[in-house]
Design a protein around this ligand. Sequence first.
Ligand SMILES: [Cu+2]
Length: 467
Amino acid sequence: MFPTPKMNRRNFLYGAGALALGGLAGVSQIRASAGTPLSLRTQKTAYAIGERPATEGLFSFAENAPPPVLRLKRNQVARIDVTNGLEDYTSIHWHGLRIANAMDGVPYLTQFPIASEETFSYEFTPPDAGTFWYHPHCNTMEQMAYGLTGILIVEEEEDPGFDADVPINLKDFRLDDDGSLLPYFTARGAARGGTLGTARTVNWRTAPEYEIPSGGLVRLRIVNTDLTRVYKVFLPNTEGHIIAWNGNPLREDIAWPTQEAPLWLAPGERVDIALRAPDVADEVIQAQTLIARQAQPLFSLRTTGVSKKRDLAELKSLSPVEVREPDLRTAETKDILFGWSPEGTGSNNGLCGDFGYTFWSINRNPWPGDAVKGSGPVVELKQGESYILKLTNKSPNLHPIHLHGLIFRPLRSNRRVLPSNWTDTILLLKDEVIEVALFADNPGDWAFHCHVIEHQKSGLSGYISVV
Ligand SMILES: [Cu+2]
């Protein structure tokens, strides 16, 4: 039986003792540990996106501000009490963290949904340092669309030596010019590539500028928390390199992105970049993305102060992920197909919302719904064994496939050369087949779904059991 939420009628933003770390231009950063539990409250928020009047009816974990950046320490127990200040049910998932199944935040699979004004205490020990994020997994479409997506940083035990750390939360909102909310999904989008937002934001702002120390070493943590958009990121005329992908330090190098070959960052994905800032003050580095093949600004970094005269070679390298290497000689291969389904009437998600449509399937089964008992796993894996998952996209649309609780690494693709770096999310291109390897070390029922949320909520969802 999974843990159930408790009633709690206290109204607060952060728990006593939670450390406010100061802002990054409007985004607070707070630290949690077992000694200083953190309290998050889902709540309605008004916020002006871009030049529009304030939008009423957005959701956040902070009062009239974007969700805070959470900071945890690797291998230290953290407790986060989530109180649901919304009318509808919720649950919170910690994307990319390899923690105990009961703390994974998936409704019906790992916990009962959190009712209005109830509190659920999440307690876990993050085993990996890196860049992760958090978001609801119940009424996911509406709650993420309206703003409930935040960055979660697990700090290294030994500081790598950066002068600045800049979390970047990429997310679109679907707003009209007057700031009013547009429908958060469309059946047309759900059946195809997904519905794009109309207001592109970085930390809920339009093309913000952040100050960085001249000549300093800067860690950029770019997180795509959007429901649909694949960003194609590059930083022209900048000295730097990629140090981690989807939370994990690299096993194999990823080429520095350019306008011709930008870094594709799909929904759910993250990249950590080490930059060396120019020596002169008031120099500007601009991060850009391609939209319809045109370069568009994402955010800028402006140098300030006297040069710190740092060198990228001074950074301590990140310690490799502690995960057992899969044994490819004994690994059993499991075939998993992602494709359309005959259009159906939707799924039974119980208290967690559904569209009333089914368009997608895994292994030809559209997900019957979070609340359907006995629907069975996509595949069952034995704890302590190695596996190859052969992921086949039988559709022309892009699907960033996310597995909870475990990490895997790509072995090969029929379409491109993929560096074999550990990840929790992998983007499947049109008609692509990617084989990934994993060692099944974390027992439980682990959600396994597309991170284009309209696909997830119209059938492209399931779970993998490790028993
Ligand atoms: Cu998809």
